[in-house]
Design a protein around this ligand. Sequence first.
Ligand SMILES: [Zn+2]
Length: 219
Amino acid sequence: MINIKYKRTRQWVLFWMLTAVFLYLGSREENYSDEVFVWIATYIVLYTFYVVFCFFRTIYVWFLSKEDIEYGYSKKFDPKLRAPEIIRRLEDIDIKEKKRQKLERELKIIIKEYKSIVGSRKKLEEERDKELEKQARKTKAFIESIPKKQAQYEHGSISSKIKCPHCHETGKVRRKVEKHIEESREKGVVGAVIGRKTVTDKGNITKFYCENCKTPWTA
Ligand SMILES: [Zn+2]
């Protein structure tokens, strides 16, 4: 069913109307006067540009997320997603004034029409603040976890039962099993010139590192 209330539908109706005129003009085999011919030629050129424009617009809309679909554009519009998206976009201080006003207008209409779904503007802004706080907490936790992850990567995990032979602290020693590889430069001219190395696998080696006294040792 065609529903004119959607902008997208109106765009397609216009497209097919202009296409119908184009096909009609193309099907007539009359000898036009020069003046009429200029009008028809102009129409065909403009129509061609319009088709190209519609093509790219369709692709552009195809890649939009649901929250990017404006109020009244199509059935894909979702006030629950769109309202928070507008709040987010209005946070941008570099946004152009015209764009800001457009977003403000859209938000007003959405809040008025879908009050039970999206709530008030105040509520939307509070939800956004909570979201931002949550993100900040996550980022902070991630940054704080980096040194621990790095230590884990470098020295292995902490063994709760190992006692450090240097400071005698228990539960602070990291343990890591590594492949023990010995590298030695090849002897002679070849080794000196191109620096070729030979690698010897000597089995596994267990490395320890004490978090308390920062002493590394191997066993
Ligand atoms: Zn120690």
